[in-house]
Design a protein around this ligand. Structure first.
Ligand SMILES: [Zn+2]
Length: 145
């Protein structure tokens, strides 16, 4: 799945050191210094195309990390990406990255698979719109503080 997602992304160096298959959701994280993508068990009840989007989504997170570490270095990027409270779950920067990587994943899988079903388009759009709303709401709340 990861390999196909990497091909969909058109990348040779897939920006990760380890792939795990733990239960629960999928994620990108640095574990013991290794850039790790977990494909969670939640993914396996999904269709092949949805799995591909999910894996592509995590690869896009890995790619964002890689891009940052090229300019800031690994340690500073780890601090920024995982320890900066501004990037925590539910913060505007987090919401922003979710939209970015999901858009990228959707575009790549669409191109790779020659299109997505209306259901896949709708699910992906819903995900992006949800984070867009979160970002908008948080920004407005902060403005009022
Ligand atoms: Zn994500």
């Amino acid at each position: 799945m990861i390999d196909e997602a990497a091909r969909a992304a058109g990348i040779d160096d897939i920006y990760m050191d380890a792939v795990t298959y733990e239960s629960g959701p999928s994620y990108f994280d640095i574990l013991s210094g290794l850039r790790t993508i977990n494909i969670g068990s939640d993914a396996f009840s999904k269709t092949a195309a949805d799995q591909l989007i999910e894996a592509s989504h995590e690869i896009a997170h890995a790619q964002v990390f890689n891009k940052m570490s090229k300019s800031m270095g690994f340690d500073a990027t780890f601090q920024e990406a995982f320890l900066n409270p501004e990037r925590n779950f539910g913060r505007p920067l987090y919401a922003r990255e979710e939209q970015l990587v999901e858009r990228l994943a959707r575009w790549r899988v669409r191109r790779h698979s020659g299109g997505l079903s209306p259901q896949q388009e709708a699910a992906s759009t819903k995900y992006i719109d949800n984070w867009k709303l979160v970002e908008w709401t948080l920004k407005n709340m902060e403005r009022e503080e």
